[in-house]
Design a binder for this molecule. Sequence first.
Ligand code: FAD
Ligand code: NAP
Length: 396
Amino acid sequence: MRPDHIAIVGASLAGVRTAEALRRLGFLGALTIVGDEPHVPYDRPPLSKGYLAGTRRLDQLPLHPPAPMLEDLDVEVVTGIAATGVDLAARILTTSDGHTIEFDALVAATGTRLRHLPPETMATTGPPVLGLRTLSDADRLKPFLTTGANVVVVGAGFIGAEVASTASQAGCNASVVEALPIPLQRQLGAEMGALCGRLHQRQDVRLLTNTTLAQVDKTGVVLSTGEHLAADVIVVGIGVLPNVEWLEDTGLDLSNGVLCDSTLRAHTDMVAVGDVARWPNTRYNETARIEHWTNAVESAEHAAATLLGGNDPFEPVPYFWSDQYGAKIQCIGRTTGYDEVRVVAGSTDDLKFLALYRKGDALVAALGVSMVRQVMGFRQLLLDRVSWTNALDAVP
Ligand code: FAD
Ligand code: NAP
């Protein structure tokens, strides 16, 4: 039976794109999006890049379709209200304003929130310790990024690298503290993580690996090495946690996100999309969550079709990009458990190169650093599960 009313929880990229896809696929019933942020839906990637740098304005952050277009799609968007619980058998959502919403089908699009440092490492007085996930977070951080300011970034993941890059381009004196020996190791592997880490050093940003923040004090931070770094602001980018608490009484598997089947269905008439969804990607024989923009868009498209009766597995080739120090890092595919990574074009000295990842005799991923056209050429080959030999033949 086709649903009459679909409720979407989470008014961000995955939620809005699910609504858009449902309409495009011909869904004519009622659509409600419930979001706990006070803003109309906006795009997050510019928050660590152009918006933080001041080169992109607030009115340039809307999602596609721009927020006002949601009205054209006949979607009710409720902002500033959180879903607090759900009864899946009765199909009733409860919200933080004390109301209930009845639905025929439900979309979990609640994304992730920041992980924090242990409270005992904080000081009662001292530089502000900020994170970056929301527009409000970006507005709080922006005024601190002034020429000569000392910015200590904890975590050399995507947030850390992009904030350090923006801060350094604003004339700040930025340092990055990373617990692991190599930055982006989980995402790119040791060899390519180390190369990307050189982007920091090339801009005179200090990268301190194998190091954690031990204590914030009145004037900065004390590191696990005993060194003291002066700080006007501390930015923490140590990963995120999926927002699943509102689903706690449902009996669903919520260990590391909402567990779905291969079609993104989490329960009868319920799907999960975007950062919060964990599903078995049959292409890789791997059950995982993916915390990137393109996955939010593609999972939304797929889950909308599932809700309307589709039964195809969601088996994307993942993609992400990251803008750091004027370089564009792009990765297509899955790097987990690769056997070999080979630089096949460009130059690692210039930090402008293309690398391919091999697992067995198959190409499993392509990484480009400032090689936009060349890396995108491997997307179709990865979709086609091309062999390593054929991939090498395709190197431009
Ligand atoms: P989210 O964007 O996290 O949205 C979930 C929404 O649900 C939020 O508004 C949240 O407040 C709301 N919510 C949570 N719980 C509830 C509840 N109980 N009730 C109602 N609402 C709730 N990816 C890239 O590939 N490239 C990039 O360059 C890039 N840059 C980024 C820069 C920044 C600063 C950040 C933070 C992320 C970036 N990403 C990037 C990642 C990308 O933005 C995310 O993958 C994407 O936003 C995920 O979309 P989502 O809709 O699944 O989740
Ligand atoms: P992340 O990519 O998971 O990176 C966090 C990094 O901090 C990891 O290297 C982590 O090491 C390290 N770390 C953890 N605890 C630490 C500690 N106590 N001290 C020092 N380092 C520590 O997460 P993120 O950079 O915070 O990004 C948050 C979310 O935003 C992610 O979902 C990310 O995908 C998204 N985002 C994406 C982009 C992009 O795609 N371009 C840009 C910005 C944000 P371990 O691996 O050991 O935990």
